[in-house]
Design a protein around this ligand. Structure first.
Ligand code: CTP
Ligand code: CA
Length: 226
């Protein structure tokens, strides 16, 4: 009975998960990106689907394989990801922003390959839209989960992001730690809620981290609507 119940915690819920690192183009053959593998986001998608949710993954650059029964939408840049998420936001019950979204993109994209010329080249960058912050500002009924990649002051930066972006939970990882964050198969996370630290998980495979996070999230979502 316990097992059956845990598999239906998110039955009937629409879940939107972003994953991977965005790609910000400089010209048709060059771009800026980051070390995100997308593994955490895809593991979360699988854990949500295992709990009966209707799951869509919006993925930027990733090495993760598509998951059976989970809708996969491709979005290359922060701007494309923003549009893909906004188009599905209203009907979503839960949004998890696991993607590593570029903070800056080249101001202009050259229509053809940039030829080399001077010894030095300066590339001007501009800020991208903060997708999570935009979602927080437009939140109606959605349960919003953000990630925070930090190398210091993890708790205070995570709590600051939770408040600033109107998140219900923030999953913080210390990316300076071995076996955590970008490109690793394991992760070490701390979960923060409006009241502060909710749970500190030990180093675990990303699949196991995802299972525990979804259990927490479902518990809080179901408490909200009870
Ligand atoms: N995020 C986003 N859109 C951006 C940048 C970040 O939606 N343009 C989201 C990420 O998906 C993540 C959360 O915001 O869920 C935190 O990302 P992070 O890089 O840790 O924080 P930033 O707010 O970008 O601040 P900084 O990089 O300066 O620490
Ligand atoms: Ca950032």
């Amino acid at each position: 009975k316990q097992w059956f119940a845990s598999r239906t915690e998110l039955a009937g819920k629409k879940v939107l998960i972003t994953a991977g690192g965005t790609v910000e183009r400089l010209d048709p053959v060059r771009y800026l990106t980051n070390d995100s593998s997308g593994k955490m986001g895809f593991a979360l998608a699988e854990a949500a689907a295992n709990r009966g949710a209707d799951v869509t993954v919006i993925a930027a650059r990733t090495t993760a394989a598509p998951i059976g029964g989970v809708e996969l939408v491709r979005a290359e840049s922060a701007e494309e990801m923003l549009q893909a998420v906004l188009a599905r936001y209203e009907s979503a019950d839960l949004v998890i922003k696991a993607a590593a979204v570029a903070d800056y993109r080249p101001v202009s994209q050259a229509p053809s390959k940039i030829k080399k010329s001077d010894e030095r080249l300066v590339v001007e960058l501009e800020r991208t839209t903060d997708i999570l912050k935009t979602l927080g500002e437009r939140k109606t009924h959605q349960f919003l989960v953000g990630f925070a990649a930090e190398t210091e002051n993890v708790a205070s930066y995570a709590m600051d992001k939770l408040a600033r972006k109107h998140c219900d939970l923030v999953v913080a990882n210390d990316v300076s730690q071995e076996g955590a964050g970008f490109n690793a198969d394991t992760n070490v996370v701390q979960v923060f809620g409006p009241e502060g630290l909710v749970e500190a998980l030990p180093q675990l495979p990303k699949r196991e981290v995802a299972e525990r996070l979804l259990a927490r999230i479902a518990e809080r979502m179901n408490a909200d609507t009870a």
